[in-house]
Design a protein around this ligand. Structure first.
Ligand code: G3P
Ligand code: CA
Length: 246
């Protein structure tokens, strides 16, 4: 198993796109992230009633769109008619993208895409297969890392596809997460910034794992993560992180 360690600089990955300045998980937020110098971005996916992979954080539509109810109860055709501007001025009419739309956007760039499976609340049978299909269909395997708080799902992905890169998301202290991640077949740890200490980064690197830390918005934290040598910070403020890291 290859690791996911970058040589050199800590990368900047925009959390839900440049979500401090554009509606989260939308094409304008991803475009803005790249314009602001991000090396990639993180996004969240759920599955529609007709088994299409869509980019939206919540299991329900109310917070970020003008729709109602659960994503799982709507078809893709229904969902792409909604306004996904999260009520932000200047973005009326922005749509929920399908995962393939986002991959089309980054074609021709070197951007990394961190796809987070949001399947801890709704089980979404076969979400793993559907995500792998979209990744393969867009020839994105080498540019994507799939993460989840649902570690059963990560193991399922590892069994289904030995090539896809996997990141273990966690926000509680784990015992030897570097050993755990290796046993799962993962390639990186995705700890919260509060859990990211020197020992974790060193042990992860010794185990051949990358370390991608979320959500890192304060300049002091961005500097601290870079000093620890993490491979990427996931941030709502990619322009700020770029300015801090150079
Ligand atoms: O990738 C980590 C982070 O995105 C997890 O939290 O709720 O923003 O998806 P959330
Ligand atoms: Ca996320």
């Amino acid at each position: 198993m290859d690791g996911w360690q970058h040589e050199g600089m800590t990368q900047v990955w925009a959390h839900r796109g440049a979500s401090a300045h554009a509606p989260e998980n939308t094409i304008p937020a991803f475009e803005l992230a790249l314009d602001q110098g991000a090396d990639g971005f993180e996004l969240d996916v759920q599955l529609t009633r007709d088994d299409q992979v869509v980019v939206i954080h919540d299991e329900t539509l109310e917070r970020t769109t003008d729709g109602h109810g659960r994503v799982a109860d709507h078809s893709l055709d229904d969902l792409v008619r909604l306004d996904a501007s999260s009520g932000r001025a200047g973005f009326a009419g922005v749509r929920i993208p399908a995962l393939g739309d986002v991959f089309a956007l980054v074609r021709g760039t070197r951007a990394t895409v961190n796809v987070e499976l949001k399947n801890s609340v709704v089980a979404y049978p076969r979400l793993e297969e559907r995500v792998l299909d979209v990744i393969a269909g867009h020839a994105m395997t080498g540019r994507v890392i799939v993460s989840s708080f649902n570690h059963d799902s990560l193991r399922r992905l590892a069994v289904l596809d030995s090539e896809v890169r996997l990141g273990v998301l966690y926000e509680q202290r784990l015992w030897k997460p570097w050993d755990y991640a290796r046993r799962l077949g993962a390639h990186a740890l995705h700890p919260s910034v509060a859990l990211t200490r020197r020992t974790v980064v060193e042990r992860a690197h010794e185990a051949g794992l990358g370390v991608h830390v979320w959500t890192v918005d304060a300049p002091r934290d961005i500097e601290r993560m870079a000093a620890l040598g993490v491979e990427a910070v996931v941030t709502n403020r990619p322009a700020l992180a770029r300015a801090v890291l150079g």
